[in-house]
Design a protein around this ligand. Sequence first.
Ligand code: SF4
Length: 370
Amino acid sequence: MVYETGNRTIDDAVRRVLDGERLDRRDGLALIAQPVEDLAAAADYVRSQFGDGTVDACSIVNAKAGNCAEDCGFCAQSAHFDTGIDTHGFLDPEEILEAAKRAERDGAQRFGIVVAEKGVSKERRPDEWEDVLRAIRLVRDETDVEVDASLGILTEEEAEILADEGLNHYNHNVETSPNYFPEIVDTHSFEDRVHTLEVAREAGMDLCAGVILGMGESPTDRVDAAVALQDVGISSLPVNILNPVAGTPLAEDLGGSADITTEEIVETIAVYRLLHPEARVRLTGGREVNLDADEQHLPFEAGADGMLTGDYLTTEGQSPGDDIEIVERAGLEPNTEANDFDPEAVKERTADDAAVDTAAGTATEVQTDD
Ligand code: SF4
């Protein structure tokens, strides 16, 4: 043992993780009850042993917005709720390429094409399907970013075609625990979501799947969601924090703010690091509205090593330069493996943009879902 907090539960867990053992539900529940400072320190150490000291940034485009037939209670894009968002059909693939080039310029290593629907369908909407493939090819061929997509439920045939076209990653969040999921969504099940992840994995794509915190779930639900993802096998675990959008059921139920504290966010991130030592634990939608400016680096000192930068699906995020500064405040550096960008140039340019445009703005969420 080369690292100790003096907390036996945590030290034993860290030792087992370093020995290559997978922690289980019982471990997760024991860990989430430990003091947050010890958890954060242990998770930071585990990140340092499994990771490369970098934070990986991804970016997304809302390629098809609103009018979704599903009824996810957090989502501004569901046709079941009156949220007043701008809706549009699938964007011209050239527009998607332009968004990918902006993401590349801003330091993203991967770029996600996200649609608001239960699933793209090669059979029912063949023209849209062809546009999806064209967009993937354009981003694949004309940028350095890796291509990700969040296209909802897939058939095996669709997954194989997407993988053959060079789609590197597939995102499909499980949102919460199997037990709490029916409280949030009626129109499909947790198992439907896991099935699509399995189909994507079988086709050869690697998986990005995560959660939304602050929806009224318990700490046990938070652990259970991460444990369910252990069996699925993921390389990226996005952690959204609810940003309640007026008109959605959760905004009404929760009174307009997420049901989670900063301490709970940090402890959950730390436990996720220990349960998923080799995945990128990625802080995504809702971080700017749920964490104060001087708190945003805390998850990155507690095991997080990924982020979503730029705008979210229906809300704005902060500037990519600010995101880089948060990473650096935590003693880490931006990943440049796929897209070898200059962080200093991004900080300088976005500072200039802010100076020119103090009256305007840019980027954050809907949950990064799909
Ligand atoms: S989260 Fe996805 S499936 Fe659910 S309502 Fe929103 S767009 Fe539709």
